[in-house]
Design a protein around this ligand. Structure first.
Ligand code: ITT
Length: 223
């Protein structure tokens, strides 16, 4: 059983559509450290989530008890607007909560260059080390822990390697269109359609998350 650790139902729907029924949501709000590197944020989250699952009985989306110690997958994503120096980037969730998607569009609308990228990093941890492969492994437990002031904890526990899978899609910002998807989907256009105008399958075929899931799925099948 693979635990998809997120508070965001939209992400789970996309992951389940890609990876099938073997994925269960763990609604665990891990600490998001401050960093401009999504990989570092996701890796820190995956360690915390893994330690959380081994320490406690977690629950699947359907309410049944999940096995303790199963693998976790954390998904950290963001919208990076070229003309705004990558903003909101790692602060996308904060910007959505405070400004709202419509106002992010209003800010971007003033710019001549409306190009943007969506990035997603999936961070996988099952407590075991990894063989060499093209996708990077984050072993920087102590540095990430120090950023949250949890240095002592990291020193007292075994460092946990975390495998990272990244996906990127480029597009441009437009006035909101479409009813599907979630988050910034209505203002992000790729190939003439906003992501909110795509079905889950269409979005997965080209999206940052779909691309990261494709890399992860191929690697996980061998694991
Ligand atoms: P978790 O951290 O619990 O997974 P979250 O929604 O806070 O949930 P992120 O920090 O990764 O997740 O999300 C950053 C923001 O980007 C947030 O406002 C999301 O709604 C948005 N977002 C992430 N993936 C997206 C996607 O595929 N399409 C549109 N918006 C997305």
């Amino acid at each position: 059983m693979l635990h998809y650790v997120t508070t965001n139902e939209g992400k789970v729907a996309e992951a389940a559509s890609y990876l099938g029924e073997s994925v269960g949501q763990v609604d665990f709000d891990y600490t998001e450290i401050q960093s401009d590197d999504l990989g570092r944020i996701a890796a820190h989250g995956a360690r915390e989530a893994y330690r959380h699952t081994v320490a406690s009985q977690t629950r699947r989306a359907d309410g049944s008890a999940a096995d303790v110690g199963d693998a976790v997958l954390v998904d950290d994503a963001g919208l990076f607007v070229d003309a705004l120096g990558g903003f909101p980037g790692p602060y996308s969730s904060y910007a959505e909560d405070t400004l709202g998607v419509e106002r992010v569009w209003r800010i971007a609308e003033k710019e001549e260059n409306r190009k943007a990228a969506f990035r997603c990093v999936l961070a996988y941890c099952d407590g075991e080390p990894f063989a060499a492969s093209p996708d990077p492994v984050d072993r920087d437990d102590r540095v990430a822990a120090a950023a949250t002031g949890a240095e002592r904890d990291a020193e007292e526990t075994e460092p946990l390697p975390v495998k990272l899978f990244e996906g990127v899609v480029r597009g441009r910002l437009v006035a909101p269109r479409g009813e599907g998807g979630f988050g910034y989907d209505p203002i992000f256009e790729h190939d003439g359609k906003t992501m909110a105008e795509m079905s889950t399958e269409e979005k997965n075929a080209i999206s940052h998350r779909g691309r990261a899931l494709a890399k992860f799925g191929e690697w996980f099948a061998e694991r």
